[in-house]
Design a protein around this ligand. Structure first.
Ligand SMILES: *Cc1c(COP(=O)(O)O)cnc(C)c1O
Length: 395
């Protein structure tokens, strides 16, 4: 079988679904009115933003007035954390997060710690990629104002015990924010049932375009603004709305909501098939993160004795797009903070591969990967001095 290209990097970004693209095109043509305007051009556009807000809210079991549109997931994370922190500047207050957050959360916390006198606890994870609830409880102090723990990890797909964390935060009067950028549209989320106070999501991880996202802020949570200016988003987030993007995000949430059970069962089956077949045919493979408490969309591995970058390049040559956990974007050779937090050695973490699935992923594509990947790993291993040493040691 020959496939031209197999895209398995959906955790980096998803393709835009055709019906979502269609929903936005009108707003680049006729629907150009400014939603803040009094006239009919503006009012019509505004009504579509209202519909989008309803659709986002419905997916989370929130109410529409608790949804605020942003310029993406990173802005939502920054706003949630800084918006609370700004209320407590220089008061020695304490924030709890984890070692495996996305950099939008991690670097925001580090910034507040370094520049504004906050204390931050970075919770470790167990070897399955999940935090220890007891450790979380004992990290809480009388000064803890905020907990920010991701719903699901973008590299290894592990899902945190969000409902439990939420209940503990509620009991202790701590605001609970979760970065759910990877989780939204891939798992069932109910902000009320899960005691979530703030939740970040992003368009381009759920088949809408890049540059649009949202922050859910529970009614009653008081948050400073991050962006000041006009009175958009009920005076909470200034700037003329990215109308087409917002409409697309609303459509994406509507579609996700309708097909969620089907999406979950389809992707879970494909993911498990991929993981078990790869594990069966490639020796010295570690599946990173818990096998059960993981997103249906993410399969993640470390292959001992190889370099993730070389693996990605070889996969790319046969048309397969995956990703490594390493921080290759920063030009650094350090393996990712997530894989390090799992307790893997540098050598093992270097051989990481994340394959992330979407609604468009097919059984044929999984078969193709299972056919192409093993000989590539084998070839790279045969070039590896580490592997040679290992084989000598075995004799
Ligand atoms: C992609 C991602 C973000 C950032 O979202 P953008 O819309 O790209 O800014 C934040 N958190 C997680 C977990 C992500 O996967």
């Amino acid at each position: 079988m020959e496939l031209n290209r197999v895209y398995l990097d959906n955790a980096a970004t998803t393709p835009v679904k055709p019906e979502i693209l269609d929903s936005m095109l009108d707003f680049y043509k006729e629907g150009y009115g400014n939603p803040s305007s009094i006239h009919s051009f503006g009012r019509e556009v505004k009504s579509h933003i209202d519909i989008a807000r309803e659709n986002v809210a419905n997916l989370l079991n929130a109410s529409a007035k608790e949804i605020y549109f942003t310029g993406g997931g990173s802005e939502a994370d920054n706003w949630a954390i800084k918006g609370i922190a700004l209320r407590y500047m220089n008061q020695d207050k304490h924030i709890i997060t984890t070692e495996i957050e996305h950099h939008a959360v991690l670097d925001t916390c580090k910034y507040l710690e370094k520049n504004h006198g906050f204390k931050v606890t970075y919770l470790k994870i167990k070897e399955n990629g999940i935090i220890d609830i007891e450790e979380f409880k004992s990290a809480i102090t009388k000064d803890t104002i905020l907990t920010s723990i991701m719903f699901a990890n973008n590299e290894i797909g592990t899902i945190q015990p969000i409902k439990e964390i939420g209940a503990i935060c509620r009991e202790n009067n701590i605001v609970f924010h979760t970065d759910a950028v990877q989780a939204v549209g891939n798992v069932h989320i109910d902000v009320k049932d899960m005691n979530i106070d703030m939740l970040s999501l992003s368009g381009h991880k759920i088949y809408a375009p890049k540059g649009v996202g949202a922050l859910y802020i529970r009614n009653g949570i008081r948050l400073d603004n991050l962006i000041h200016g006009g009175g958009q988003e009920r005076k909470k987030r200034a700037g003329t709305e990215n109308v087409a993007g917002i409409v697309a995000l609303g459509k994406a949430c509507e579609i996700a909501n309708k097909g969620l059970d089907e999406h979950i069962s389809k992707l879970t089956a494909l993911r498990d098939d991929l993981i078990s077949r790869i594990q069966a045919v490639i020796p010295h493979t570690i599946v990173t993160g818990d096998l059960e408490k993981r997103l249906p969309s993410i399969a993640s591995f470390c292959f001992k004795f190889i370099e993730g970058e070389a693996l990605l390049l070889s996969l790319d040559l046969v048309g397969i797009a995956g990703s490594s956990g390493s921080a290759c974007t920063s030009g650094s050779l350090d393996p990712s903070h997530v894989l390090m937090a799992l307790g893997l050695t540098h050598e093992v973490a270097h051989g990481s591969l994340r394959l992330s699935l979407s609604d468009f992923t097919t059984k044929e594509e999984i078969d193709y990967v299972v056919e192409k990947l093993p000989p590539i790993v084998e070839r790279l291993r045969n070039m590896s001095p580490l592997y040679e040493d290992f084989l000598k040691g075995e004799k």
